[in-house]
Design a binder for this molecule. Structure first.
Ligand SMILES: C[S@@+](CC[C@H](N)C(=O)[O-])C[C@H]1O[C@@H](n2cnc3c(N)ncnc32)[C@H](O)[C@@H]1O
Length: 236
């Protein structure tokens, strides 16, 4: 794969053995191995090898995906790393589980809907991920695997999955719940008590992008402000 980019546009070229077409014209396949190339309309592009994040940015999206700022917070708060075994539900478009698989030992992800699972499988293949198992199933009913370090729930009624996920979690492990609204957070906190899970904290991670253009330097006027609240529970 190659990433071709200039100040205006960025394209992921999945098969650099073929000519590449875009709105600025055509770049011949033999030009795609160079550092720079010009389209037949005279527009210059730089050509680089894409990073994981460059490919991730071009993933297919069907179910709403979790944002990078929230993924970053989940990783830093729970200490997920190269030795971690992680479970996630629902897979949705596979954004979270693919990102985590890139830094973890193993990730397993459950999904109810076949159409969503197909998108997650497509994205897993696009990113070349091998240590991720995408499973069909309702996480509220049964989890076949055990001994997870971290379990992340991005689904409408996560409190109904606390019994099964607690049983599949290592002692000391985290359940992280991603909830768009506060009534959901309240239900999670109440049910956590019933399941004897330690409520660690709920936080909202706000990221404000800025526009930097000569002396026009200010917060971007319109951007996604709220995504979700992250609630951290622990099995002790
Ligand atoms: C918002 S999406 C998850 C997005 C995902 N975190 C990502 O980053 O791409 C929520 C998904 O949870 C699935 N889901 C809802 N309830 C579920 C359950 N009980 N077990 C498994 N999957 C479930 C839905 O079908 C949907 O695909």
């Amino acid at each position: 794969m190659k990433l071709i980019l200039n100040n205006e546009n960025q394209y992921l070229v999945k098969d650099p053995s073929k000519d590449f077409h875009c709105s600025d014209g055509l770049i011949k396949a033999e030009e795609l191995s160079k550092a720079k190339a010009e389209t037949n309309k005279g527009v210059v592009y730089s050509i680089i090898d894409p990073t994981f994040s460059d490919i991730y940015a071009k993933m297919k999206r069907q179910a709403q995906i979790i944002t990078l700022k929230d993924i970053g917070t989940i990783i830093s708060e729970t200490g997920i790393g190269k030795d971690s075994k992680v479970l996630d539900a629902g897979s949705g478009s596979g954004a979270l589980c693919c990102f985590l698989a890139n830094i973890c030992k193993k990730v397993i992800s459950y999904e109810l809907r076949e159409d969503h699972q197909k998108v997650a499988m497509h994205n897993k293949d696009l990113l070349g991920i091998k240590n991720l198992t995408l499973k069909s199933g309702d996480i509220r009913e049964k989890i076949a695997e055990k001994d997870f370090d971290v379990i992340i729930l991005d689904m409408p009624d996560p409190w109904n999955a606390l019994k099964t996920t607690k049983a599949a979690l290592k002692r000391g492990g985290y359940i992280v719940v991603y909830s768009p609204t506060i009534p959901q957070v309240m239900d999670v906190q109440m049910h956590a008590k019933d399941h004897d899970l330690l409520f660690v904290k709920t936080l909202e991670n706000i990221q404000r992008p800025w526009e930097i253009n000569d002396r026009k330097v200010r917060p971007v006027s319109s951007y996604i402000n709220h995504t979700a609240f992250l609630t951290f529970l622990r099995k002790i």
